[in-house]
Every structure is written in structure tokens, then in C-alpha cells.
Design a binder for this molecule. Structure first.
Ligand code: FES
Length: 109
């Protein structure tokens, strides 16, 4: 089981915005939805090497800025082509004002 990593404070991100953080030397896209929920996926699009936090947050989905692939930030699954592979997802834990992330381990991995 992976350890939790503190990546940011809740005040670092306004609702509807995304930022890049790092977990285990991997770039992670951390988002705060309009409903003030924190979600996190890999920051690298599965189509090409493009940073997702430079894209667009729509509800709980992130849209890649390069070719418009969309991914669920809850499950990592592709919601819009051209990407065909999912992106990794991180579990989020909030303690006070501290945001912690942990790579989600798939049940059948
Ligand atoms: S690089 Fe993200 S959709 Fe092509």
C-alpha cells in the first residue's frame, strides 16, 4: 500500500482550477471542482506527452489541451477520443487544510 503524500493546502487552489503537484516524482494533476471537491489524476495525457493541468476542467472531467481527449478524474477512464487508454487516478485525503494524495491501487492489479 502506497504512502500518503502531502501535496498542497486547500487554499492553494480555487474552485474550478487545476495545478500540477508531484507524488513519488510523478507529475499529478490536482483539481478542485466547482463543488469544491478535490480530485487527482496523472498529469500526463495517455495520448501524447501533454500536461493535463494546462487543459480544461469540466465538472469532474479534465480535457486535454492538445487534441481534446477527456478523462474522468474519478476513474481515469476515457470520456472522449482520441485517447484510448485511461490515466492513473489518485486517492485524496483532506486533513485540516492539508491535501494528501496516494496512487489508487486497482482491485485486480
Ligand atoms: S495529447 Fe492529449 S489528446 Fe492528444
Amino acid at each position: 500500500m502506497s504512502e500518503w503524500t502531502r501535496v498542497a493546502s486547500t487554499s492553494d487552489l480555487k474552485p474550478g482550477r487545476m495545478m500540477q503537484v508531484t507524488v513519488d516524482d510523478e507529475p499529478v494533476c490536482l483539481a478542485r471542482t466547482a463543488d469544491a471537491e478535490f480530485l487527482a489524476t496523472s498529469d500526463i495525457c495517455s495520448h501524447e506527452y501533454v500536461l493535463l493541468h494546462d487543459g480544461f476542467l469540466e465538472g469532474d472531467e479534465v480535457e486535454c489541451p492538445e487534441h481534446g481527449s477527456m478523462f474522468s478524474m474519478r476513474t481515469g477512464e476515457v470520456k472522449n477520443l482520441p485517447a484510448t487508454q485511461p490515466v492513473g487516478v489518485y486517492d485524496v485525503k483532506i486533513e485540516g487544510e492539508d491535501i494528501y494524495l496516494r496512487p489508487r491501487e486497482e482491485a485486480n492489479a
